[in-house]
Design a protein around this ligand. Structure first.
Ligand SMILES: Cc1cc2nc3c(=O)[nH]c(=O)nc-3n(C[C@H](O)[C@H](O)[C@H](O)COP(=O)(O)OP(=O)(O)OC[C@H]3O[C@@H](n4cnc5c(N)ncnc54)[C@H](O)[C@@H]3O)c2cc1C
Length: 307
């Protein structure tokens, strides 16, 4: 049961309560705390316990979105990539992406134009620009099938995603945010100017009040709406599934490969090498992602790598 509106005595009163300790939750908490708001973040498990430690670990501008005319989205994402890379170079490194030219879907000049835009849309950049590469005798050509003789190499970034979450949480805490792991948001109701929120763990449940309640619960976002009694909303919530297939190492080197790109399916199949120091579930392997199912990987991915 929630206390009456007038009775906030003994209740922690906040500007903002954030639900979810993934990258979105900690990023929002950090931003808000940096602006001087009183913030508490509750995470039912551990920081980065869910999607934010299971990503493909890429910081990218979304090259494929250029094909759909999303120039502004790509420009903003590239600018963010730059900000992240320069602010946390100890957990982020440039990742060369090898894009073999297969002839099929798009003319070579169109690919080059897209990559030129990708290099320049965000203005200032610290990553290397796109290069055209002849694969014969080049280390990047070694894992490729013989019929692939040339292609492009462009840059994105690789990140230790879980550490990025923890570092954001630490910085949020340094700006005064309270980070409460193993603490679940149970229910919430709006009363007057505040949300009254029940949070807790197996042994204790407490009530806090917050002017702003942020739902950053990732795949649980609809469940949080339900717990907050929000039955009418305009959001069209659909869960989207991505897949990684972790296989024994297919090639040496840290470069990644675009194995197949399909305009119709709006998806990309890529091979990303898992560097030393990756969490054990990735090591020492090549991960192919993010695609819906294995069968499609085996049919559209073959014809690029030798193995
Ligand atoms: C296969 C795959 C590959 C991807 N690759 C990339 C990539 O390379 N680059 C990229 O930028 N993005 C990538 N993404 C997308 C990216 O991983 C997600 O957008 C991001 O991790 C979402 O973070 P989040 O904070 O919203 O959610 P999550 O990380 O899932 O965090 C939500 C948190 O909310 C907590 N929670 C839920 N309910 C409650 C409750 N009641 N009380 C308290 N806490 C609660 C959960 O425990 C969880 O920790 C990928 C996604 C997938 C699926």
């Amino acid at each position: 049961m929630f206390a009456e509106q007038s009775d906030l005595q003994g209740t922690q009163v906040l500007d903002m309560l954030v639900v979810g300790g993934g990258i979105n939750g900690v990023g929002i908490a950090r931003d808000a705390a940096g602006r001087g708001l009183s913030v508490r973040l509750v995470e039912k498990g551990d920081l980065a316990a869910a999607t934010s430690s299971a990503s493909s670990k890429l910081i990218h501008g979304g090259l494929r979105y250029l094909e759909h005319g999303a120039f502004r989205l790509v420009r903003e994402a590239l600018a963010e990539r730059e900000v992240l890379f320069t602010s946390a170079p100890h957990i982020i490194r440039p990742l060369p992406f090898v894009l073999p030219y297969t002839g099929g879907l798009r003319p070579r000049a169109l690919l080059r134009l897209g990559l030129f835009l990708y290099d320049h849309l965000a203005g200032h950049r610290t990553l290397p620009g796109t290069q055209t590469v002849a694969f014969r005798g080049h280390p990047y050509g070694e894992p490729l099938q013989a019929h692939l003789t040339s292609g492009f190499v462009y840059s994105d970034c690789w990140v230790d995603d879980a550490r990025l979450v923890v570092l954001n949480a630490r910085d949020a805490a340094a700006h005064g945010a309270q980070i409460s792991t193993r603490t679940e948001m149970r229910s919430a109701r709006r009363k007057g100017d505040h949300w009254r929120i029940l949070i807790g763990n197996d042994s204790v449940t407490t009530e806090v009040a917050a002017r702003i309640l942020v739902n950053a619960a990732g795949p649980w976002v609809a469940e949080i709406l339900r717990r907050a009694g929000v039955t009418e909303h305009k959001a069209d919530i659909r869960l989207i599934k991505g897949s990684h297939i972790v296989v024994p190492r297919l090639y040496n080197g840290t470069q990644a490969y675009i194995l197949s790109r399909s305009i119709r399916r709006k998806s990309i199949i890529s091979a990303v090498s898992c560097p030393a120091g990756s969490p054990s579930r990735w090591r020492p392997r090549t991960s192919s992602g993010a695609t819906p199912e294995f069968a499609r990987f085996t049919t559209t991915g073959k014809g690029t790598l030798r193995r």
